[in-house]
Design a protein around this ligand. Structure first.
Ligand SMILES: [Ca+2]
Length: 479
């Protein structure tokens, strides 16, 4: 592994030092040596962006921190994601806003803590509340981009409202093809309640005899091709690797009209080892990323397109009913639906060839930062996003600058967490507070609350203030 270096870029108006960045040897990537030389000469600056880029935002579902090769998996083959990481910035301390599906999706699209829309956005939205969804008053990144002249398409899993009017086409997307619920069978596209769940814009239009990941890929590439001559934003929230755990060659499981709430996982011959099915899902997901990158190359859009890949939350290690050996969170404690690192520290890669230097970055970053970052590179007026909760990461991406210090917060029911620098506070209901030093103890094994009372109090006070702020915002939306 290459060591840390500090590099000063001379010649820019504000010379900057890359810190917290592990720089990788360019190796065979000669173009990046050229880019570095250009940067050193002050040729490329953030202000020199000629025209706003296309945006491809790919979000995996329940993909754990250690599930892909460039994050340490030796089990799953992910050459396309690994290549994307070699060509872009790979984040090692990037966090989903929530440890479940709906919360993070709300934060991606709005740049706000999902708690600002009410407590129901702190866990997965349920079909039982069909009248609930991301409030239409929320300003989404798709709306901002559409107003800026972008074509906007979404292909994949929505999970921010099960019924009209809470569909993507009412939240800034010109086109939508995919599912609205939390999970559909990958072969039959039947949701866990036994309903058909495959939409085209505002109506259900089923497709059979295909694998969901492949359909999402096909439709995304079709959208890119149709809009290749204008700026476009394509949001690709894959269903993979959420259950049902079905690879392309696994059998269909769900049929219309049957309730699968207690049998929603797929057909798993060996419940104690789900990983072969998950491996097939991950490798299919990786194949999809490769096809999308190839399509950008074929349409000569590579240098004009910002590509983002991340996951909406951590993976499951095991699941009720004896399902085991599902996802890999690497060195992290916890899993999906917990606020230990394994629940919300996720893979994140951002690539923009010839603009962003490849690196591995250890700045603490969060999903809602993507909102401001996309808005900034699209040259959207900052009054539209400056008051949001996320930060614009363009100076990190284009100049290697650090993110200014801040606190980050999570809340899911009675479980809450705060992050400031190396410190992580976790509150689990009425249990004693847990305080971890992530620099020394990434696996969150040693509770240091008793020996650091001042830090504990400061984080508890900040949490109370944050809760008060988001709860005040939410009163406008809760009913
Ligand atoms: Ca998820």
């Amino acid at each position: 592994m290459p060591g840390r270096q500090s590099i000063r870029f001379a010649g820019t108006e504000n010379s900057c030092i890359i810190q917290g960045v592990e720089r990788r040897s360019p190796g065979k990537s000669a173009p990046y040596a050229t880019v570095l030389a250009a940067l050193l000469a002050g040729v490329i600056q953030s202000s020199s962006i000629a025209k706003p880029p296309n945006i491809v935002l790919i979000v995996a579902d329940d993909l754990g921190y250690g599930d892909i090769g460039c994050y340490g998996s030796t089990q799953n083959r992910t050459p396309n994601l690994d290549q994307l990481a070699r060509n872009g910035v790979r984040f090692t301390d990037f966090h989903s806003n929530g440890p479940m599906c709906s919360p993070t999706r709300a934060a991606i699209l709005t740049g706000l803590y999902q708690s600002r829309f009410g407590r129901r956005f702190e866990s997965a939205l349920s079909a039982a509340r069909g009248d609930a969804g991301l409030p239409l008053e929320a300003v989404t990144i798709a709306e901002l981009l559409r107003d800026k002249g972008y074509a906007t398409g979404m292909f994949g899993k929505w999970h921010l409202g099960y019924e009209p009017p809470f569909l993507p086409t009412n939240q800034g997307f010109d086109e939508f093809r995919g599912l609205v619920s939390g999970d559909g069978d990958f072969h039959t596209r039947i949701d866990r309640s036994g309903n058909e769940d495959w939409w085209k814009n505002g109506t259900i239009e089923m497709e059979r005899d295909a694998y969901t990941t492949d359909l999402i890929t096909r439709d995304s590439i079709d959208f890119i091709e149709r809009n290749k001559d204008r700026p476009f934003f394509v949001y690709i929230p894959h269903l993979a690797i959420h259950f049902p755990w079905q690879g392309p060659k696994d059998p269909p499981h769900r049929k219309a009209g049957t309730n699968y709430s207690k049998d929603k996982w797929g057909v798993i011959p060996d419940r104690s080892n789900v990983s072969p099915h998950v491996k097939a899902m991950i490798e299919s997901l990786d194949d999809s990323v490769g096809k999308i990158i190839t399509s950008l190359e074929e349409f000569s859009l590579t240098e004009d397109t910002l590509v983002i890949f991340t996951s909406d939350n951590g993976g499951y290690r095991d699941y009720a009913g004896g399902f085991e050996n599902i996802s890999d969170m690497g060195p992290l404690r916890g899993e999906k639906a917990t606020l230990y690192e394994g629940g919300h520290r996720v893979p994140a890669i951002i690539s923009w060839p010839e603009k962003i230097l490849p690196s591995v970055n250890s700045e603490t970053t969060m999903t809602f930062d993507l909102f401001n970052t996309i808005a900034k590179v699209a040259e959207i007026n900052s009054t539209s996003y400056a008051k949001g909760d996320g930060r614009d990461l363009t100076n990190l991406l284009l100049k290697g600058e650090q993110v200014p210090p801040r606190m980050l917060f999570w809340r899911m029911g009675k479980t809450k967490a705060v992050r400031q620098g190396k410190w992580k506070l976790i509150l689990r209901g009425e249990q004693s507070p847990e305080l971890y030093d992530l620099d020394q103890d990434l696996g969150e094994t040693q509770n240091l609350a008793d020996t650091n009372p001042k830090i504990l109090k400061s984080l508890l006070d900040a949490l109370a203030q944050w809760e008060s702020s988001v709860d005040a915002s939410a009163r406008a939306f809760e009913n």
